[in-house]
Design a protein around this ligand. Sequence first.
Ligand code: CTP
Length: 245
Amino acid sequence: MHLVADEEESTPSYMPPWTTPYIIGVGGTSGSGKTSVASKIVASINTPWTVLISLDNFYKPLSAEERARAFRNEYDFDEPQALDLDLAYQCLLALKEGKKMTMPVYSFVHHNRVPDKSITIYGASVVVLEGIYALHDKRITDLMDLKVYVDADLDICLARRLSRDIISRGRNLESCISQWEKFVKPNADKFVKPTMKNADAIFPSMSDNSIATKMLINHIKSKLQRKSQDHIDKLVQLGHETIPL
Ligand code: CTP
């Protein structure tokens, strides 16, 4: 590890072992199990400076009138425009370039960004970005090294979403079903499912997907090992000494 001077703020900062992070995108319809796949990746790759980012942090802030509509279930959170994908791209680009980035924190209970709260990340070796539109914007997918689409039947997604939204997002059954029929399902068919074609791998979201999980993790581990070895080779070429582990 090297200590380098940060030009912008002229304070010392740590340089991660790789200069560009390995970025993994995890997309799929709402309730398909993206969070669980993304968390499994993070837990299994055993790589320092791994960060998991949810695209949910990038829902746009709403005006008072829009918030009132959201509480009446008349606001569409499932069209791509509901998310600030420009900001998500800027944040991911900053990480790709090894720079610091700051992103908002979102509250599903208040349908808004949490005031005076943000998350700052000072660079990463591995970034996992999960969200319904993780594989939608070409600027974002172009930054990714691996794109995974989590595939589940929409009725299974609805069942998962109902319990999750009622328990963790402060919703009731009637509003969940109405939101699903009005916005979630039509947008899933129109915008989310087509992002499957942008994926490198389609991950089956069913009760026993242990073989698919193992294959996915092994693939990522081998890519990270290669990246790490390339970095070591580059350092050796530059005349740096490496420390045997
Ligand atoms: N959403 C909402 N209220 C908001 C903002 C978003 O109900 N104020 C909903 C949208 O309807 C969208 C969903 O949040 O469909 C996106 O989150 P989702 O993909 O369901 O959650 P994750 O945990 O990221 O994914 P998964 O369930 O696949 O693990």
